[in-house]
Ligand binder design. Structure first.
Ligand SMILES: [Zn+2]
Ligand SMILES: [Zn+2]
Ligand SMILES: [Zn+2]
Ligand SMILES: [Zn+2]
Ligand SMILES: [Zn+2]
Ligand SMILES: [Zn+2]
Length: 405
């Protein structure tokens, strides 16, 4: 008997736990959708800096097309859809030449193709260097994958090219929570070998890989140390950017702004690294993934020469704050908070706009419902589970009660 009881308690989910879980799932969905309500096709917005993208294998089995949230809901309902999380610089393909005879219901006139879109194997439902699907039907346990912030593919930990002999490991705390903000996978890290010239502050939990070294023959200076006088010292960049504080009185803020302009102007001319990345031959013995700390992108040098280098390597998005997932999720969270506040406000407004009679009606309705639930609980056999039929019965009784009044 005691055993049976224990089993029962294990399986039971309280209403609060259930609601918390629903809330978590809603939050996660809202963060991926970035506050997009999913009502309009985003094609008109062009190549968006970041948006949630879906691949429809029913319409495009080749897996080389992607559609926006609204199209996934309105145009591809019931189709075999792959959720791709978010992708950068993507324009909705729904109904273009890749879709044959199929037309988009939301935004009909589209170019034949979106030439600037890029499609990795995720669009075919494959991930990582192993090319497995997610969730993987052959895997005993679904392990979380990590997304590379450059190629945006997802990777299994054990397929990141880390062998046990390497000192480099995925930075995590004791509970296994990641201590890094971004991953650059082992396939992309050669493009970013210049990052090894930056000080410890950009690396997650002192994970700076030591494999890349600037070649000495070309007379390249070594990376500046993170000493107090260096512009790269901890918090240096963010301090400069927060000087323009709204609390500063007007007349003062003008001169402060001028100072900031001067500093920022200086910053864009003088290279923080003091290294010409084009001539710096950075060699690495082995391709290793890179794990980067919070706000690492803010530390990147934006001087003319470095910016040119980023463009050449196709990574200039790294200088764009809005490109990062952290920023995308921050904006999504703000939109979500606003929405929740509006909802709460609407509910309060609704109640305060009601006349006395309506208010009493609602209150007596709530009292009736409480009564009905109470009498149900009193008559209810505690050894049996509550079924949906029981719940329907409660509401049927409630209806009858309202009608007879
Ligand atoms: Zn669309
Ligand atoms: Zn479809
Ligand atoms: Zn569509
Ligand atoms: Zn893998
Ligand atoms: Zn990558
Ligand atoms: Zn620079």
């Amino acid at each position: 008997m005691a055993d049976a009881f224990e089993e029962e308690t294990e399986q039971t989910v309280t209403l609060n736990e259930y609601l918390d879980e629903v809330e978590d799932q809603e939050l996660e969905a809202d963060l991926v959708l970035g506050g997009d309500e999913g009502k309009e096709c985003t094609y008109g917005k062009g190549y968006m800096k970041r948006q949630a993208i879906f691949s429809c294998l029913t319409c495009v089995p080749e897996g080389n097309a992607g559609v926006c949230t609204a199209c996934s809901l309105s145009c591809h309902d019931g189709h075999e859809i792959i959720e791709l999380w978010t992708k950068r610089k993507f324009r909705c393909d729904c109904g273009n030449s890749k879709f044959g005879e199929f037309f988009c219901k939301l935004s009909v006139s589209k170019d034949i193709e979106n030439e600037e879109n890029s499609y990795n194997h995720n669009f075919k439902g494959k991930y990582c260097t192993c090319g497995r699907p997610y969730p993987d039907p052959d895997a005993e346990e679904q392990v979380e994958m990590i997304q590379c912030c450059l190629c945006e593919d997802w990777f299994h930990e054990e397929h990141l090219g880390l062998d046990s002999a390497d000192k480099l490991q995925i930075p995590r705390d004791e509970e296994g929570e990641p201590l890094y903000e971004d991953l650059i996978c082992h396939m992309c890290s050669p493009i970013c070998s210049f990052l090894t010239l930056y000080p410890q502050t950009i690396w997650a939990a002192h994970q700076q890989p030591n494999t890349a070294t600037p070649s000495k023959e070309k007379g390249v200076q070594t990376a500046p140390s993170a000493s107090g006088s260096s512009p790269m010292s901890e918090g240096g960049t963010s301090q400069l950017l927060t000087v323009d504080h709204p609390a500063v009185p007007d007349n003062k803020s003008k001169s402060v702004n001028r100072d900031v302009d001067m500093i920022l102007g200086e910053k864009s001319d003088a290279c923080l690294l003091g290294v010409d990345l084009f001539s710096a031959e950075l060699t690495s013995e082995k391709n290793q993934p890179m794990f980067l700390a919070r706000n690492w992108r803010e530390a990147l040098c934006g001087c003319g020469k470095c910016s040119e280098f980023y463009v050449k390597k196709g990574i200039s998005f790294l200088l764009d704050k809005e490109d990062s997932i952290a920023e995308y999720e921050k904006v999504a969270q703000q939109k979500r908070d606003e929405k929740m506040q509006q909802q709460e406000g609407a509910e309060l407004n609704f109640l305060s706009n009601l006349g006395h009679v309506e208010k009493m009606e609602i209150l007596s309705g709530i009292a009736d419902m409480k009564d009905e639930i109470r009498s149900f609980l009193q008559s209810y056999d505690a050894s049996k589970p509550i079924t949906s039929e029981d719940i329907h019965q409660v509401f049927d009784n409630l209806k009858k009660r309202r009608r007879t009044e």
